[in-house]
Design a binder for this molecule. Structure first.
Ligand code: ADE
Length: 244
């Protein structure tokens, strides 16, 4: 079953490009991904199609009004749609979200802008919200594109021949090991010898160690207890000097 993704945004033109090339272009052409981008102003009332207003309580910037957001989502959502608001002040988007949403029949993504969205729209719609990282973007559009890419690649058939890479990084709780390709020597740097001539077992052991070492260095938060123990067994943890 194809995944339908509806995006509600003030800037539909931003979505032209990223989904017209490469794997996602093919997925759309093959009918596995049905992407529809909607201009939020379509659901604004009045001649000026106003969608924002000043925040109650004061403060800088503008807030997207609940009414056009709710009308937009209610117009495009089917009965089983997952509705997601992209916002900086939200739980982090993770691979688990991508995995769950790739199983949905429809995903409706609402791109926040300015100082955000009237809280009541999120409550009325029963929407989830996610942030793609601890930094502030000018709006939710680029975040929506990141979410679409991460979700779409998990839809069956989208990756085709690339399918082996579906669930590498993160799914096993460690980062991917480093990769090398020809030539065997580049600007004086050789590919690790074990990868050139080693046995399958030796290569697997080298890769596991390298994956754990970089996870420890860059993303120790990803390691579970068994992985910490494995790091210790492999001598990857700094040795503490005995007290006294
Ligand atoms: N809008 C602004 N910053 C964002 C972020 N980090 N993630 C999602 N939406 C955003």
């Amino acid at each position: 079953m194809p995944l339908r993704i509806d995006v509600v945004t003030l800037f539909p033109e931003m979505f032209v490009g990223p989904f017209d090339a490469s794997i996602l272009r093919r997925a759309r052409d093959e009918g596995r991904l049905d992407l529809r981008v909607h201009q939020l102003r379509q659901w604004a009332r009045g001649r000026h199609q106003v969608v924002d207003d000043y925040p109650y309580g004061g403060g800088p910037g503008m807030v997207l009004m609940a009414e056009p957001i709710c009308r937009a989502v209610e117009a495009v959502r089917g009965p089983t749609a997952v509705v997601v608001v992209l916002a900086a002040s939200a739980p982090l988007f993770r691979q688990e979200h991508a995995r769950a949403w790739a199983q949905a029949s429809q995903l409706v993504l609402v791109c926040g802008h300015y100082e955000g969205i009237d809280e009541r729209a999120i409550e009325v719609l029963g929407a989830q919200r996610v942030s793609i990282g601890d930094y502030v973007l000018t709006g939710g559009e680029l975040a929506a594109m990141v979410v679409i890419d991460a979700v779409a690649r998990l839809v069956p058939g989208v990756l085709g021949a690339e399918a082996s890479s579906i669930e590498e990084s993160y799914s096993a709780g460690v980062l991917e090991y480093p990769q090398y390709t020809r030539p065997v020597e580049f600007r004086g740097r050789r590919v690790p010898e074990v990868l050139v001539g080693g046995s399958h077992a030796a290569i697997a052991a080298w890769r596991r160690r390298a994956a754990l070492a970089r996870t420890l260095a860059w993303r120790p938060d990803l390691l579970d207890d068994p992985a910490w123990e494995e790091c210790a067994r492999l001598g990857l943890l700094p040795v503490r000097a005995p007290d006294g």
